[in-house]
Design a protein around this ligand. Structure first.
Ligand code: HEM
Ligand SMILES: *[C@@H]1O[C@H](CO)[C@@H](O)[C@H](O)[C@H]1NC(C)=O
Ligand SMILES: *[C@@H]1O[C@H](CO)[C@@H](O)[C@H](O)[C@H]1NC(C)=O
Length: 303
């Protein structure tokens, strides 16, 4: 017998047979469920919607965008942060505990309903200017410039009394600037990131009249640069730019680009933090803004 492709009539019959089985009991054909997007699975990347809260932290935001932490950015238990960092970012439990403990010491966490400790929402991290959130970030403008852009009189801005911020936006110009320090156009080495770190800091020192850059703030800068090298970097801390952009711009873990979580411990981040602090010293005339924090880092500045 000669093979023939199914006629449109036989397709129509097949559809008629299959279609009724798609309707579940109790679901009318007008059911809104049919048009609503299915709940994303844990692990799926979904950019935040208008009612979701995000923090100034690319690490936590990416965990929420994949559903490893609450997608709405609310009621985030400290233990969930520790578990998510361990399971999905490849960071040791000790590391995760100290990191989370540090944020707790700085007052970000509260007692949630059910008596667990956590963040009421990511706003708690944004509304902590100079405690956890700080100026001279890689991904966000200094809050001073955001306020000025929104029409606030610069002379009225008291950097120790910053009004609550909400969903601090990523500034892609700053990310382009960071990437521009790549020497090969494909990767950022530890040395490249140190150059970028220095330039970003210099620009805050030069142009932000309200900047507070004591060791409490700058300590965060060295550790956060370390996070980039540690979580995205190869054995030498060299980071692929396409991975970095995916993480910083989309706040997505660059899994589809081939990224795999590292296997890192607390001494790895301390080592990178020391490296970035020392690199700043070299670039800044043997001087580190804010002075040299005591390392290994004190409790309360483990971020
Ligand atoms: C308890 C867990 C964490 C808390 C409470 C936290 C909080 C924060 C906050 C408030 C900032 C903003 C600082 C600024 O103003 O730039 C920040 C920045 C940052 N965090 Fe986290 N973070 C946590 C875990 C992580 C993890 C696991 C990663 C790594 C994957 C990470 C990577 C970063 C990076 C790279 C920055 C710097 C962003 C920039 O310079 O714009 N954080 N974090
Ligand atoms: C982003 O950062 C650049 C460089 O500092 C700045 O000129 C620009 O105004 C910022 N954009 C926004 C929207 O804040
Ligand atoms: C790290 O750097 C060393 C020395 O330059 C080099 O031999 C090695 O291949 C690098 N490792 C990776 C993973 O690129």
């Amino acid at each position: 017998m000669r093979y023939s492709s199914p006629s449109s009539k036989s397709i129509a019959i097949a559809l008629a047979l299959v279609a009724p089985s798609l309707a579940l009991p109790g679901m009318s054909s007008k059911s809104p469920h049919l048009s609503r997007r299915a709940t994303p699975a844990v692990g799926d990347y979904v950019a935040p919607g208008p009612n979701d809260v995000r923090s100034p932290c690319p690490g936590l935001n990416s965990l929420s965008n994949h559903g490893y932490l609450p997608r709405d950015g609310r009621n985030i238990h400290a233990t969930d942060i520790i578990t998510a960092m361990n399971d999905y970012l490849g960071l040791s439990a000790t590391f995760d505990f100290l990191q989370t403990f540090g944020a707790g010491v700085r007052g970000a966490f509260v007692l949630l309903p059910g008596l667990s400790i956590g963040l009421e929402s990511y706003d708690a991290l944004t509304n902590s200017h100079n405690k956890i959130e700080h100026d001279a970030s890689f991904t966000r403008s200094d809050v001073f410039f955001d306020l000025v852009a929104s029409g606030v009189d610069p002379k009225s801005i008291d950097n120790n009394n910053i009004p609550p911020m909400h969903n601090p936006p990523v500034n892609t110009t700053l990310i382009d600037l960071l990437v521009s320090f790549s020497k090969d156009g494909k990767t950022l080495t530890v040395d490249d990131i140190a150059d970028a770190r220095h330039a970003r800091l210099q620009s805050t020192v030069a142009f932000n009249p309200t900047a507070v850059l004591q060791s409490e703030q700058t300590g965060g800068l060295w550790r956060e640069a370390g996070f980039v090298s540690l979580v995205l970097g190869d054995a030498n801390g060299t980071v692929r730019i396409d991975w970095l952009r995916d993480w910083f711009v989309n706040e997505r873990l660059p899994i589809e680009l081939g990224w795999k979580k590292p296997n890192a411990g607390i001494f790895d981040i301390l080592s990178y933090a020391n490296t970035y602090e020392a690199a700043e010293k070299v670039r800044n005339g043997n001087n580190v803004p804010g002075g040299t924090p005591e390392l290994p880092i004190q409790f309360g500045s483990v971020l």
